[in-house]
Design a protein around this ligand. Structure first.
Ligand code: SF4
Length: 406
């Protein structure tokens, strides 16, 4: 479901909350809170999940989150895997009761990155007048400002204090992820590996291998925290929440960037993520993993380009190339859990973002594909993907892994 509106606040994109899924746990949680507020007299409910929510909701824990959030009300969560969805594959019906009598039924969609539709509480302030990178870059060039200054001018003084919280939460999720070993919940037996990667230094480790190891360990740390239900930042989603913090922490450590510079990079990445959310999708259920991990990689590449003071052509190239080579990437989480291939994929995408930065340094003046074009392409590629590859856990690794195992 493309947003037929202008870009909303970056604060809507970076949401702080508990994993494992922005669209399958945090979005439904938000919908429950709005229903509770709208019908304070309700004492019972029936929530029916359709589409991807019905196919992978059990693995993601959607029903548990709904029950916990709607408590003390009592009711049922129904997984309807047959009724086709309309508008977006993450569809839910909320029916609220009072003394057994139906008060109302409302249909809500969880459209990715914690966003829901319709949303009666979306923070409308800070709506951006422009919604393509080309127009934004042109405006910034005219005014001689960088992306973060453009975002700050539109969103006002609240933006950077919020980004500070975002950065603190990102760093804390890396620290927690690096400090824990063990098996992730969900029954797949996935071992936490962030600490192992972090500590496994080679005696003759080259600088490149060290970079790869550290960046990967940070991305694994956040991915594992997310899978364990820990607090993370959607960047732009839960499943892809490890990419951006991993590259930013590594660059801060290795190059000494200040927190202020990191926050500016987060603002630039936020503009890129918001452009994708507005003009295409950040939902794996709608457009496959290219919309989640591909978007996170574009955001991370743009953040790096901002950190290194690159021009708009280079930012455009970095964000574009990061997405272009994720086109067609499918979403096929085994058992509906945000673990395999999700966690490892965060590490691979973080390294790709660094590669995209290097290419932008050399090739920005000769590239032919714009970021705006690749975003449009991603959306159309995503909607062309068969349903089995759009967060239904019925195709790809999710289909073949159990078969091979048994
Ligand atoms: S495969 Fe990608 S899009 Fe699908 S749940 Fe995992 S991270 Fe999200």
């Amino acid at each position: 479901m493309k947003n037929d509106k202008k870009m909303s606040s970056i604060r809507e994109l970076y949401r702080i909350g508990r994993g494992p899924s922005s669209s399958h746990t945090m979005g439904p949680e938000r919908a429950c809170l709005q229903m509770k507020k709208k019908y304070p007299e309700a004492d019972g409910y029936r929530v029916t999940l359709y589409g991807s929510l019905a196919m992978t909701g059990a693995g993601h824990g959607t029903d548990r989150v709904i029950r916990e959030t709607l408590s003390p009300m009592t009711g049922d969560v129904v997984f309807d895997r047959k009724t086709p969805t309309e508008r977006h594959p993450n569809m839910m019906d909320f029916t609220l009761f009072k003394n057994g009598k139906e008060l109302s039924t409302e249909r809500i969609w969880s459209i990715g990155g914690v966003a829901i539709f319709p949303d009666c509480e979306e923070r409308g302030e800070g709506v951006y007048p422009l919604s393509t990178f080309r127009d934004i870059a042109r405006k910034c060039t005219e005014k001689n400002v960088r992306l973060w200054q453009y975002a700050e001018a539109i969103e006002g003084d609240e933006l950077f204090p919020y980004l500070e919280k975002v950065w603190e939460t990102m760093k804390a999720s890396i620290e927690r992820g690096l400090s824990v070993r063990g098996i992730l919940p969900g029954g797949l037996g996935t071992e936490r590996r962030a600490q192992i990667i972090y500590q496994k230094k080679h005696i003759d480790e080259s600088p490149q291998t060290r970079e790869n190891r550290l960046v990967s360990s940070y991305a694994f740390a956040v991915g594992e925290e997310n899978a364990a239900g820990g607090v993370i930042v959607t960047a732009p989603t839960c499943g892809s929440s490890g990419v951006l913090p991993a590259v930013l922490r590594y660059m801060q450590e290795s190059r000494g960037f200040s927190d202020e510079e990191i926050l500016r990079a987060l603002a630039a990445a936020g503009v890129i993520g918001n452009l994708i959310k507005t003009n295409a999708s950040i939902s794996g259920a709608e457009c496959g993993c290219q919309a989640e991990i591909g978007s996170a990689c574009s955001m991370a590449a743009a953040a790096l380009a901002e950190l290194f003071g690159m021009g708009f052509d280079q930012i455009d190239y970095a964000a574009e190339v990061a997405m272009e080579h994720h086109l067609g990437l499918t979403c096929d989480p085994i058992g509906g859990l945000v673990q395999i291939p999700c966690i490892e994929r965060n590490a691979v995408a973080a390294m790709r973002a660094i590669n995209a930065l290097s290419l932008a340094n050399f090739l920005a003046d000769s590239h032919k594909i714009s970021f705006d074009l690749v975003v449009k392409t991603m959306y159309n590629t995503g909607t062309d993907l068969p349903l089995g590859y759009r967060e239904t856990s019925s195709g790809g690794l999710a289909k073949y892994y159990p078969i091979e195992k048994n």
